[in-house]
Design a protein around this ligand. Structure first.
Ligand code: ATP
Length: 254
């Protein structure tokens, strides 16, 4: 089954107005927009956690609503913004609890990127914010790792970079591209426009629950589109094949 994700006129009361679009299998899409723009709400709809009031979602040729949670759990990972364990269990137990039966240990690729091995014996509640986020990212990918290895995974991540230091941010963005390169569908939300400009195959700009535009970063991340989305003036330049995006007009307080 191809794992292209589609939304057709999907809306969620006062959070998302009807949105239509597709996230291609094998692509890494970043959702960008101001606070409250609807990024988390859209991810919840795509994950099957929130049911749209109207419209529908599809995975390949299947209607998302027709898939059971057990079926989804085999290939779809979702990491919310506040997915934190509340109990002081060791990281190793936490990861083992969620891991796919066929992949009980952390694969080398995840370890190289997220570096959680030295944290395994520590209580999860005693980690720093960024360390916990690395454990949560590991957990969410470990859960569907066999499907990811087959290029059949759907990976939905709400602000995966939150709390990560620079090295782990870049490492994780490289990992996201690698996993989408294997055929998986990756959709994540991000607040760093400059990083998304250079690490996404596709970006969606959202504002007040609406899709402003979507497409390849170089086509979509124009000064006009960014102003329309964020109400800030941006300067977009290119250096050594990298897009550089800065706010160029400071917001003047009264
Ligand atoms: N559970 C909820 N019930 C009702 N409204 C909600 C709920 N969660 C979010 N909202 C509202 O829906 C709108 C979209 O919120 P959402 O969390 O999707 O935005 P976001 O783009 O992810 O924002 P942020 O960047 O701050 O995380 C906001 O107006 C928010 O107040």
């Amino acid at each position: 089954m191809s794992q292209t994700l589609g939304v057709y006129s999907a809306s969620l009361s006062e959070r998302i107005t009807p949105i239509t679009g597709a996230f291609a299998a094998g692509s890494c899409t970043h959702l960008l927009g101001a606070n409250g723009a609807g990024k988390s709400s859209l991810l919840e709809i795509l994950a099957g956690i929130s049911t749209p009031d109207s419209g529908r979602c599809s995975i390949g040729n299947e209607d998302l609503a027709r898939l059971s949670l057990t079926q989804l759990a085999g290939f779809r990972s979702y990491l919310g913004q506040h997915s934190y364990a509340a109990f002081a269990i060791p990281v190793s137990d936490y990861l083992r609890f969620y891991a796919a039966p066929a992949q009980p240990t952390v694969p080398d690729l995840l370890e190289q990127t997220l570096e959680v091995r030295h944290l395994l014996s520590r209580p999860i509640t005693a980690l720093s914010g960024g360390e916990r986020q690395r454990v949560e990212l590991t957990r969410s990918l470990l859960q569907v790792w066999p499907a990811i290895c087959d290029g059949q995974g759907i990976i939905l991540l709400d602000e995966p970079l939150q709390g990560l230091d620079v090295k782990h941010q870049f490492g994780f963005l490289a990992l996201s591209r690698k996993l989408s390169g294997w055929g998986n569908t990756v959709v994540l939300s991000c607040h760093d426009i400059g990083l998304s400009a250079n690490h996404a195959d596709c970006v969606w700009l959202l504002k007040q629950g609406q899709l402003v535009c979507q497409g390849a970063p170089r086509e979509v991340l124009t000064e006009a589109n960014l102003y329309a989305t964020f109400d800030c003036h941006f300067a977009v330049t290119e250096q050594r094949n990298f897009l550089q995006i800065h706010v160029c007009d400071p917001i003047v307080l009264p």
